[in-house]
Every structure is written in C-alpha cells, then in structure tokens.
Ligand binder design. Structure first.
Ligand code: SF4
Length: 210
C-alpha cells in the first residue's frame, strides 16, 4: 500500500472506529457541529449543478477524461474525512477502505469510481476546484455567477482557514483531545497553517490589550 493510501486509510479508520464508541447523544452533538457546513456544501452543489454540471459532463466526464480527478494523491483534510464518514453508510466507508487497499494502477485519483467520486461529501479541495477553461466559459458569459463564486470561496474560508476558530481546526482538536493523531490534521501540523493561527492569535491579543 502506498504511503498516501495508508495515511488515508488510517484517517478513515480512526473516524469510523471512534464514531462506533459514541453514545447517541454524543453523536447528535458531533452532528450538530457539522450541520452548518453541510448546508454550505448543499449551496455549493446547487451552484455547480446550475452553472457547471452540463459543461463538465460534456467536455470531460463523458469521454472519461475527468481532468480534475486525474491527480494521484489529492489533498484531503482530516475534517473532510470526519464529515464524509459521518454522513456515509458503512458500506460506502468500507468501499473507500477497499479501494485504498488496492494498487493504484493509473494517474487518476484512487477514489474515482466508474460513476464518479466515491466520497459522499467529497474533499473541500475537489469541491472548490474549477479548471480555467470551464471558469472562462461560464464566467465570461455570466459575470453574476463569478460574483457568486467569489462569495462561495469567502464562505468556504470560514470553515477551513484557521485565522479564526473554524470547523476544520475544531474537528481536528476534537479527535486530538480523544487521543488520536493523523498526518492529515493539517491545521495542527502544516507549518503554513500553524503560522496563520499564530499570527491571528497575536492580532487578537493586540486587539484585546492594545
Ligand atoms: S476525491 Fe473524488 S472528486 Fe476528489 S479527485 Fe478523487 S475522485 Fe475526484
């Protein structure tokens, strides 16, 4: 198993196993934490379906090119894994673990199945990726859609960019407090994101004690 697949499988297994230990009320409270984010993802899906779905299907998906899924080792945050495992039936989680256990034969993402992505709520990096030709085609004709997309990107940061308390950091902290660690906990181990957090903390302190 490749290093990438091993890290992914470990993160999925941590979440899957931990969820099994939770009482119904603890599960309800964990679900409450991700509710807003799931609403945001529905809004993104609606936007993408409305403005990009047919274009992407015609230009990329029908001929199995799927350019945006042609990278091995796509970045997934630990929180992506948590959220996806929480909303996925056991069989879908097991399917992810199964594909990770196989040798990846081509340059495509290990999670790309015959009918598309195997994730129910796909990683944030994938959801927010629009290739340049697609953006040009849509946004040149619909400047209003471009403005909406900018707003969506801004909203996305409120869940992921740790210059303030955000869900992605919060979910990592939750699992760390329970004694788990994963290399996908980028809000806790990426030098760049740690710097963002430190600078934001300093700014907050200066505001509180000028
Ligand atoms: S995780 Fe899913 S959406 Fe992202 S690159 Fe892989 S197959 Fe594509």
């Amino acid at each position: 198993m490749s290093e990438y697949n091993r890290e992914q499988a470990e993160a999925i297994t941590i979440v899957k196993d931990h969820l099994k230990t939770l009482s119904p009320s603890a599960l309800v409270s964990l679900r409450a934490r991700i509710k807003n984010y799931l609403g945001f993802r529905k809004d993104v899906d609606r936007f993408l379906r409305r403005h990009f779905s047919s274009l992407c299907t015609e230009t990329c998906y029908q001929d199995h090119y799927s350019a945006c899924c042609s990278y091995e080792g796509i970045i997934t945050f630990f929180a992506d894994v948590v959220i996806n495992v929480m909303v996925s039936p056991d069989e879908e989680v097991d399917r992810l673990l199964q594909v990770l256990s196989l040798a990846n034969l081509g340059p495509k993402c290990v999670y790309l199945g015959k009918r598309g992505c195997l994730w129910r709520v796909k990683p944030m990096v994938c959801e927010m990726f629009l290739c340049e030709p697609a953006k040009r085609k849509v946004f040149d004709k619909e400047p209003e859609a471009m403005r909406t997309w900018e707003k969506i990107k801004h909203r996305q940061k409120r869940y992921t960019w740790p210059n303030r308390p955000v869900l992605f950091d919060d979910l990592e902290s939750y699992f760390i407090e329970k004694g788990y660690y994963s290399s996908l906990m980028y809000c806790h181990n990426s030098p760049g994101l740690l710097r963002v957090k430190t600078l934001a903390q300093k700014r907050r302190k200066t505001r509180e004690n000028p």
